[in-house]
Design a binder for this molecule. Structure first.
Ligand code: GLC
Length: 479
C-alpha cells in the first residue's frame, strides 16, 4: 500500500528521470528513455484518405483497413482481421515473425480484393524504438509529390528508420534488436512477392492512441496504455527535447516509462514478490515499473503472495494446489473477475475451485483483499506517473491551470472494475492544478497508426499547397 507521500516521492524521482532522458548527454544512460517520435502535429480534422494499418504488440496481431473521411470528420474502420502469434514465434527468429505478419497482410489484401492497390501503411509496433530522420530525403526534389510526402513523413512521423532497442512483454525474437523494423517488414513483404504497400509509418501504440483520440478531441496530448505492458507519450516543448536540433513547437515523446526503476530508483518500494517476478521473467532487470503495474505481471504478483500466505498457514489450511504453485497459474483476468462482484463471492469461489484449492469463505475474502491491494497499487503508481507528466506540461507552458485530455487504451484500464476510478482520483490529488479528461480509444491503437499516416499526408498536402502557391494569395486559409 503506497501512501500519497510515497507517491509524491515516486513522482519526483520520475520527473528527474524524464529530464535525464531528454538530455543531450544524459539520455544514453537514462532508465526512462524519452524517445523523440518526430510527431509534431496532432489531427486537425481535415485529414482524409484510405490506409492500411498493422498492430503488433501483444499475443495477437491485427490488420486493418481504415478510411478517414474529411467531410464527416470521421474515421471508419472498413475491415479488420486478427492473426494469432504462437508462443514459439514470439521467441523464435525475427525473420519468421515478419514473414508471418507479411503473410497475414497478404491474405487480408486478397480477401479485400486490394492486391493491386498500393496504400500507405501505418504500423503500430508497441516496443521501444529509436526513430531516426534520414537526411538523404531532404536532398530529394521538393516538387516531386512523393519526396514531399517522404520529407514530411520524416519530419513529422518518424523517419524511415525505426531501430528496435529491446523487446519487452514476452517477445524475444532473434535478429531484430538493433535492426530497422520498417526495413524488416519491407523485406518480408518482398519475400511474399505478390503485393506491395506504399510509405510505411511506424508508431508506438501510445502515439497511435493519442492520435486516434486526438481526432475526436483535439486537446488530447497524451496517450497512455495500461494493458499487457504500460507506457505513455505526451507533447513536450521542443526546446526541452535537447536531443533534437529544433526549438520551435512541440514534439511527441514516447516516454517508455515501463523502464522507470531500472537504475534501482524504485528499490525501496519493490516487494519480494516484485523481485521474484523480475527474476523469473524473460528479461530480468528491465522494465521494473511495468512489472509492478501491467497485465502481463499482476496475476503473477497475486499468485506469489497467495503461495507465501499458504506456506505460512494463512490460507487454504496451508494446502496449495499444483495450479497455484505453477508460474502463470493465476491469470490477471481473475483479479478483475474477483473484484467485480459487488456482493457475494461467486466468481472467487469458482476461480479458487478451478485452481484445485480447498477453500473456506474466509479464504475467498482474503484472496479478494490481495487482489484489491495489488490492483490498487498498480492504479496509484500509474497515477503518480501520469501526474508527473501533466504537472510537467503545466509548468513548461507557464500555465496557472492545465486542461488536457489523455487518450487511454489497454485491457487493465478497460476491464478492471475500479482501476480507472482509482487512477483518476489519485491524479486529482497529485496534480491539483490540472484538469485531466480521459478518453478511451475506440478500436485500439491500430486506427491511430492510420491517423498518424493521415496527418503526415495532410501536412504533405499543405506543404505542396505552400510550394504551389509561391507568390500567390498568401491569405489562403488552408495554408
Ligand atoms: C511496453 C513497450 C512499449 C509499449 C507498452 C504498452 O512497455 O516497451 O513500447 O508502449 O509496452 O504496450
Amino acid at each position: 500500500m503506497l501512501s500519497l507521500e510515497v507517491l509524491q516521492q515516486v513522482s519526483a524521482r520520475l520527473e528527474r528521470d524524464l529530464r535525464r532522458g531528454l538530455g543531450r548527454h544524459s539520455h544514453h544512460r537514462a532508465a526512462v528513455q524519452m524517445l523523440p517520435t518526430f510527431v509534431t502535429a496532432t489531427p486537425d480534422g481535415t485529414e482524409k484518405g484510405d490506409f492500411l494499418a498493422l498492430d503488433l504488440g501483444g499475443t495477437n496481431f491485427r490488420v486493418l483497413r481504415v478510411r478517414v473521411l474529411e467531410e464527416e470528420q470521421r474515421m471508419v474502420k472498413m475491415d479488420s482481421q486478427i492473426c494469432a502469434i504462437p508462443q514459439d514465434m514470439m521467441e523464435g527468429p525475427g525473420e519468421k515473425l515478419f514473414d508471418h505478419i507479411a503473410a497475414c497482410l497478404g491474405e487480408f489484401l486478397k480477401s479485400q480484393n486490394l492486391q493491386g492497390k498500393i496504400l500507405p501503411l501505418g504500423f503500430t509496433f508497441s516496443f521501444p524504438c529509436h526513430q531516426k530522420e534520414i537526411d538523404k530525403v531532404s536532398h530529394t526534389h521538393s516538387n516531386d509529390p512523393v519526396s514531399v510526402f517522404c520529407l514530411t513523413f520524416c519530419l513529422c512521423v518518424c523517419g524511415e528508420q525505426s531501430i528496435l532497442i529491446r523487446w519487452t512483454k514476452g517477445f524475444q525474437c532473434s535478429g531484430v534488436e538493433g535492426h530497422d523494423v520498417v526495413q524488416l517488414l519491407r523485406e518480408a513483404i518482398q519475400r511474399q512477392g505478390d503485393y506491395d504497400v506504399g510509405s510505411i509509418a511506424m508508431v508506438n501504440d501510445t502515439v497511435g492512441t493519442m492520435m486516434s483520440c486526438g481526432y475526436r478531441d483535439q486537446s488530447c496530448e497524451i496517450g497512455m496504455i495500461i494493458g499487457t505492458g504500460t507506457n505513455a507519450c505526451y507533447m513536450e516543448e521542443m526546446k526541452n527535447v535537447k536531443r533534437v536540433d529544433c526549438t520551435q513547437g512541440r514534439m511527441c515523446i514516447n516516454t517508455e516509462w515501463g523502464g522507470f526503476g531500472d537504475n534501482g530508483s524504485l528499490a525501496d518500494i519493490q516487494t519480494e514478490f516484485d523481485v521474484q517476478v523480475d527474476k523469473t521473467s524473460i528479461n530480468p532487470g528491465v522494465h521494473t515499473f511495468e512489472k509492478m503495474i501491467s497485465g502481463m505481471y499482476l496475476g503473477e504478483i497475486v499468485r506469489l503472495i497467495l503461495v507465501k500466505m499458504t506456506k505460512d498457514g494463512l490460507l487454504f489450511k496451508g494446502q496449495a494446489s499444483e495450479a497455484l504453485l505453477s508460474p502463470g497459474g493465476f491469470e490477471t483476468k481473475y483479479i478483475s473477475h474477483i473484484e467485480e462482484e459487488l456482493s457475494g463471492l461467486e466468481n472467487g469461489n469458482k476461480i479458487l475451485s478451478n485452481l484445485g484449492l480447498a477453500w473456506e469463505p474466509v479464504d475467498v475474502r482474503v484472496v479478494r483483499m490481495v487482489c484489491d491491494t495489488v490492483s490498487s497499487r498498480s492504479a496509484r503508481l500509474c497515477a503518480a506517473a501520469l501526474a508527473t507528466l501533466v504537472n510537467r506540461m503545466r509548468v513548461a507552458r507557464g500555465l496557472e491551470r492545465l486542461k488536457t485530455t489523455v487518450g487511454v487504451d489497454g485491457s487493465v484500464y478497460r476491464k478492471h472494475p475500479n482501476f480507472s476510478a482509482e487512477l483518476q482520483a489519485t491524479v486529482r490529488q497529485l496534480a491539483p492544478k490540472c484538469d485531466v479528461s480521459y478518453l478511451l480509444s475506440e478500436d485500439g491503437s491500430g486506427k491511430g497508426a492510420a491517423m498518424v499516416t493521415a496527418v503526415a499526408l495532410r501536412l504533405a498536402r499543405e506543404s505542396r499547397l505552400l510550394d504551389d502557391s509561391d507568390g500567390e494569395d498568401s491569405d489562403d486559409e488552408e495554408q
